[in-house]
Design a binder for this molecule. Structure first.
Ligand code: AMP
Length: 409
């Protein structure tokens, strides 16, 4: 079945064609019909599966046909709650693109920027509000947002909302919205807590689960390479230099480590940019934009700043550090191989991180392929580095290293 066969407006069909979206993905095929029928949906879908369009297409279609709100200024008909500012911006963009030929007005609202302009936009009338919880509650209390005429409540990346402590906000929003509404609940992973949260907000929901067994998308080849902690930067340098034209996201564990990796790459004449929660919001957007346009090809980041971000054509993900939380492994890998593209994820695993890999494999239910690197090749990567500051030490140590692998842990 193609989108052209769907019972959706011609304006949406035309726009989907322009965007190059012809056939629904699995989640779209399973969710759209139920949403169009007015049912609540609880969907477990990985990032990169097309889940944003799965809720944007049917909700825009319904909003387009319904008469505009009879409620007052700032009255919202569809509320999409998301955990991060970047996601708010990105999902608002998807809505705006899909609804471009319709009369449905979309606004991405988040903190960290001036309120006045946001209030003025809301006063002009908005149908779909995509927002993080904090700024939304601020503006509800100031009377700039009215949720009493709400038709759709959509919770996206609900598992991250829960991780970031937004459960109370989700419950609080129920006080401002009508009982009679349609609720769509999306989460990348499922746990007891997620189920409980879902059943607090949805009613008789249609349950959809996409690829429950191994949540790393099939379009992604992912491997683990054993690399000592101190050698990781040489391996990253090697991967970047061998894949010069490719777009790459590198995940490190903390902000400080992100900055250190950027500095280490600079020393070997590799341009990269850091993205993490310690960087100002407007700079974060500019960094993402440069990366999306390919002006910067290497983005080095932490987990929170990058969750759910849909950047086109990222060919390689490097887990410079193995994530502490197994779910984040899936999200990180999901930055590549999006839609129908293929991607590669390479994880550097030091001795101390081996337990984390075991936890990931238990979580995904699948063993991750190991890339066995011969001693000679390992040393060649170290000696091939352009970093003159530390390399001599490596070369002197080379024999010791392999005779006593516990040396540096
Ligand atoms: P999402 O899971 O919503 O972040 O979407 C992941 C990617 O899939 C985005 O780059 C979309 O443009 C792409 N995508 C969404 N729907 C389709 C479709 N029906 N056909 C091909 N690509 C799609």
């Amino acid at each position: 079945m193609k989108f052209s066969d769907y019972n959706i407006s011609q304006e949406i069909k035309d726009q989907l064609e322009i965007l190059g979206l012809n056939k629904p993905t699995d989640i779209q095929y399973k969710a759209i019909k139920h949403i169009l029928d007015g049912e609540d949906v609880m969907a477990i879908a990985q990032t990169g599966t097309g889940k944003t369009a799965a809720f944007a297409i049917p909700t825009i279609n319904i909003l387009q046909k319904k008469s505009k709100s009879k409620y007052g200024k700032g009255s919202i008909r569809c509320l999409v709650m998301v955990p991060t500012r970047e996601l708010a911006k990105q999902i608002a963009t998807v809505y705006r693109e899909i609804g471009k030929k319709t009369n449905v007005k979309v606004f991405g609202l988040f903190g960290g920027v001036e309120q006045e302009q946001q209030i003025a936009t809301l006063n002009n009338g908005i149908d779909v509000l995509v927002t993080t919880p904090g700024r939304m509650f601020d503006l509800i209390s100031q009377g700039a947002i009215d949720l009493s005429g709400l038709k759709f409540l959509i919770l996206d990346e609900a598992d991250l909302m829960l991780d970031l402590g937004f459960t109370k906000d989700i419950k609080d929003v129920m006080r401002f919205i009508p009982q009679k509404r349609q609720t769509l609940f999306f989460s990348a992973t499922i746990s007891k807590k997620i189920k409980k949260l879902a059943y607090d907000v949805v009613r008789n929901a249609i349950r959809i689960q996409i690829s429950p067994k191994n949540p790393v998308a099939k379009t992604i080849t992912h491997i683990i390479v054993d690399v000592e902690m101190d050698d990781k930067r040489f391996f990253l340098e090697n991967i970047i230099k061998e894949n010069e034209d490719q777009k790459m996201i590198v995940f490190a564990r903390t902000k400080v480590r992100v900055e250190r990796v950027v500095a280490a790459m600079e020393r070997v004449s590799i341009h990269s940019e850091a993205l993490h929660g310690g960087i100002e919001q407007k700079d974060r957007f500019a960094i993402l934009e440069r990366f999306a346009k390919g002006e910067n090809k290497v983005l080095i980041t932490t987990d929170v700043a990058c969750r759910g971000i849909d950047i086109p054509n990222v060919e390689v993900v490097v887990n410079y550090d193995i994530p502490d939380n197994p779910e984040n492994y899936v999200h990180r890998c999901g930055r590549t191989g999006r839609g129908k593209n293929r991607g590669q994820a390479i994880s550097f695993c030091s001795e101390a991180e081996k337990e984390l890999v075991t936890a990931i494999e238990e979580y995904t239910g699948d063993e991750i392929d190991r890339f066995d690197i011969a001693k000679g090749d390992y040393l060649e990567i170290l000696s091939g580095s352009d970093d003159g500051t530390n390399n001599w030490k490596k070369l002197i140590d080379e024999d010791n290293k392999f005779n006593d692998l516990d040396l540096n842990w």
